[in-house]
Design a protein around this ligand. Structure first.
Ligand SMILES: [Zn+2]
Length: 297
């Protein structure tokens, strides 16, 4: 006898990805744009190893996003007149309350991104629930509002994660990639809105080089990122999808890239029929459509 390879079909999680037959962007827009920032800060390098707290250079690289880049990023949003969603690990919020105050003061959304940017894949249900509740309470205390949605640190998501979010009343998740149009995810604990992301719009894929975290080994010019993202915007506009960024302030906030981003966004702003909003606004819109669709069914 030799060990047989497993030829049985895997058992997929008990989730239903439900498309809305009545889905449309607000005001008849052709596509949606959400500028989402993942403000990982010091939690990024410390997610898997708390002893990094003593690695002053690694922490300084991570903190650049908060102390140096964030004021410029907020200026850019203000100049362009567009809102943003900032996913912040609760530890980063408690370490940089003044930055959180500035984000909220400018009318942007702060959303859930773990406590120390934990990848929850594989966590026991009780631990994951406790972690989620702990970070929610800290964000609520610091920002004055309970976060409405979550994006997965390291893209670690399980059926359990989505069920916990639904049971805790979160409006949306922004971590999945099967579709490029917002839709519903039905879990055993209720449904939540999914606002899909894409690695194509994740700056880590192009600029993800860090002292501690590894990542790509060579740097890419901002112009190359600009070309890729403009292509994707044009495609999503054609097919009616969601252009949701995953931008990290410590990567995207480097001066050369911010100048490029301003140019890219000005070009996108010049296009008609584009809805610009936050994750929270998109989720409320999708939920409304879902309720209407079920009422009229
Ligand atoms: Zn992150």
């Amino acid at each position: 006898m030799h060990d047989m390879i497993d030829l049985s079909p895997p058992s997929y999680p008990d989730l239903i990805f439900r498309t809305l037959s009545n889905f449309a962007w607000p005001d008849g827009a052709a596509c949606g744009v959400i500028l989402a920032w993942h403000v990982d800060g010091e939690a990024g390098p410390m997610a898997s190893d708390r002893s990094v707290v003593n690695h002053v250079a690694a922490i300084s690289e991570a903190a650049y996003g908060l102390t140096t880049a964030m004021p410029r990023i907020l200026d850019l949003h203000r100049d362009l007149g567009v809102p943003g969603t900032f996913f912040v690990p609760a530890h980063v919020a408690e370490r940089h309350p003044a930055v959180m105050e500035a984000i909220v003061g400018d009318g942007h959304e702060i959303a859930h991104h773990g406590y120390m940017h934990e990848n929850v894949f594989g966590l026991a249900e009780a631990d994951e629930r406790a972690l989620f509740g702990h970070a929610t309470a800290i964000l609520q205390r610091i920002t004055g509002r309970r976060p409405r949605g979550w994006s997965a640190p390291g893209w670690g998501v399980t059926e359990q994660t989505l069920s916990i979010m639904a049971s805790m009343g979160m409006a949306y998740d922004a971590s999945l990639m099967e579709r490029d149009v917002p839709h519903m995810v039905d879990t055993t604990a209720g449904s939540i809105v999914e606002l899909p992301i894409s690695m194509v719009l994740d700056d880590w894929a192009l600029f993800g080089s860090s002292l501690y975290g590894g990542g790509v080994s060579s740097l890419t010019s901002a112009a190359r990122a600009e070309a890729i993202w403009r292509e994707e915007f044009d495609g999503l506009r054609r097919f009616g999808g969601l252009f949701q960024t995953t931008f990290h302030p410590n990567l995207m906030g480097r001066p050369g890239r911010l100048v490029m981003l301003e140019r890219l966004l000005l070009g996108m702003r010049a296009c008609d029929g584009v809805w610009w909003g936050t994750c929270e606004q998109a989720a409320d819109h999708v939920r409304r459509l879902d309720v209407e669709g079920q009422t009229n069914a």
